[in-house]
Write a protein that binds this ligand. Structure first.
Ligand code: UDX
Ligand code: ADP
Length: 481
């Protein structure tokens, strides 16, 4: 059992953190704690999760089977696991031993009840805060790491302070910080190792210092920003809303480029050279996916509406609507180019993850596009280097067809182990994720296996479209008129 550091209760607690517990060993908690453990060998870091299968995967001797795929993550885990990085389902013990507890649990959009479809479901946050309240010993700094609606810290504080008052002799005490994570999946390790900024929101300077001290092991102190709790929480929602807004903006312009003969890549280059706009996040595609953007904007919409700011709510809502429209537009376009019907036709779908270099499919545009094509009766052969059959089955709400094509007028899908297997007999190749390998496809070999007329729909504009044309395919590129 790990021992808590000695705590010196003063008016403003000064504390050097020796033990960390992180509740939630997912896409955020896993990589974040691995990097903290790597950069702070003096700190014992324990990741806990209720999901025993996930913890077993984090402890798997085969580092290729970690539950989260991120470039560079396996190396970091290999260096720290068993040394000062631990994965366990023993939540209570890890909380009791911790000087600092990170809450990194899932906060999906509510499915029913008040605020359904917009507000975040905070049941996991509340449950973990209650667990911290019950199990913590001495003084504990509780850090919000999950993306949360503004003023969630208040809920956490209320739960913790009830526990504090409930103990005899007041032996427990807590302070709450907001420390939103800005890592993007696929580049999580480099984002964590070289962050643009670290944001710490709170009202207890001693606790803020304790968390800043951890980051200062590898982050330039000038990049560690301190704000009040609410600014920190709102900054995370705002950053994601602005980023998503850029994608909806470029996708709206991409559709116009397709209609007018302009090329969205040229437009992006031209506007991105304006230093006020910058060149990043201007790639047109199938719309944004991932666990954060949609959820965070809907949260913002809910907040605006709650405070009676209807035009602001509608403004942000449009970013999400444009995104859904883009996905529907792509599916309709594929059907219309294939002579108005895909029923009984084999379509090779390349990429199912919401972006390259991750095995995450949450909110992946591939899900809605594939569902629409299945609805039209298509037979999909789906290839993704990192997403497994079980995940695709659960996302599409339908199992893979056992062999060959399904019934003629009913949509079906099959996993494909390679791109060449996927395209065998296909009428079209649809590129939905920008995996590096799709930029280097052997188009003559692909064309030879397809049924004519054969199409390439490159929804990420990442393939060698010219080579595909030369090989005899008809080519549609997102945003190209
Ligand atoms: C995002 C934020 O970037 C990150 O700071 C926050 O912590 C979590 O949410 P993430 O969702 O992991 O990160 O990936 P991101 O790189 O932001 O991509 C989100 C989606 O936008 C992906 O589906 C991606 O393909 C899409 N995208 C991104 C585009 O369509 N075009 C672009 O130019 C950039
Ligand atoms: P994120 O992308 O935010 O990291 P994930 O869904 O990948 O989200 O991870 C959140 C993790 O939190 C899940 O593995 C889930 O099992 C875990 N979790 C949720 N509630 C609790 C809890 N009360 N105690 C421990 N783990 C929890």
């Amino acid at each position: 059992m790990l021992l808590k550091s000695e705590f010196h209760p003063t008016f403003c607690p000064v504390m050097t953190v020796r033990t960390i517990c992180c509740i939630g060993a997912g896409y955020v908690g896993g990589p974040t704690m691995a990097v903290i453990a790597d950069r702070c060998p003096q700190i014992q870091v324990t990741l806990v999760d209720l999901n025993a299968e996930r913890i077993a995967a984090w402890n798997d001797a085969d580092l290729g089977r970690l539950p989260v795929y991120e470039p560079g993550l396996a190396d970091v885990v290999a260096r720290c696991r068993g040394r000062n990085l631990h994965f366990t389902t023993e939540v209570d013990g890890a909380i009791a031993a911790a000087d600092m507890v990170f809450l990194s649990v899932n906060t999906p959009t509510k499915r029913k009840g008040l605020g359904a479809g917009q507000a975040s479901d905070l049941r996991w946050i509340e449950a973990s805060a209650r667990q911290v309240a019950a199990q913590a010993r001495g003084h504990t700094i509780v850090v919000e790491k999950s993306t949360l609606p503004v003023r969630t810290a208040e809920t956490i504080q209320a739960i913790l302070s009830a526990a504090q008052q409930g103990t005899e002799g007041d032996t427990k005490s807590f302070s709450v910080l907001s420390n939103p994570e800005f890592l993007a999946e696929g580049t999580a390790i480099s984002d964590l190792e070289n962050p643009d900024r670290v944001l710490i929101g709170g009202d207890d300077p001693g606790s803020i210092d304790a968390l800043a001290e951890i980051y200062s092991n590898w982050v330039n102190p000038e990049r560690i920003l301190r704000t009040n709790l609410w600014s920190s929480e709102l900054s995370k929602l705002t950053a994601n809303a602005f980023l998503a807004q850029r994608i909806s903006s470029i996708n709206a312009i991409g559709a116009l480029c397709e209609a007018t003969g302009a090329d969205v890549k040229e437009v992006a280059r031209a506007i991105g050279s304006d230093s006020r706009l910058g060149s990043k996040f201007l790639a047109a595609g199938p719309g944004f996916g991932g666990s954060c953007f949609r959820k965070d904007i809907l949260n913002l919409v809910y907040l605006c509406r709650h405070y009676g700011l209807e035009p602001a709510a509608q403004y942000w809502e449009q970013v999400v609507e444009l995104n859904s429209w883009q996905q529907q537009r792509i599916a309709r376009l594929v059907v219309s180019r294939l002579f108005g019907t895909v029923s009984g036709k084999r379509l090779a779908v390349l990429g199912f993850a919401f972006k390259a270099d991750t095995n995450d499919t949450r909110e992946s545009p591939a899900i809605s596009i594939c569902r629409d094509l299945l609805e039209e009766g298509a037979h999909l052969a789906i290839h993704d280097p990192k997403v497994g059959v079980d995940q695709i089955t659960s996302d599409l709400g339908q199992g893979a067809s056992a062999s060959g094509l399904g019934l003629a007028d009913e949509g079906s899908w099959q996993p494909a182990a390679s791109v060449l297997e996927a395209v065998e007999g296909a009428d079209a190749v649809i590129v939905l994720t920008e995996w590096g390998q799709y930029a280097q496809l052997d188009w003559p070999a692909i064309a030879a296996r397809m049924r004519r007329p054969a199409w390439l729909f490159d929804v990420r504009a990442v393939t060698d479209a010219e080579a595909a044309r030369v090989a005899g395919l008809r080519v549609w590129l997102v945003g190209e008129g």
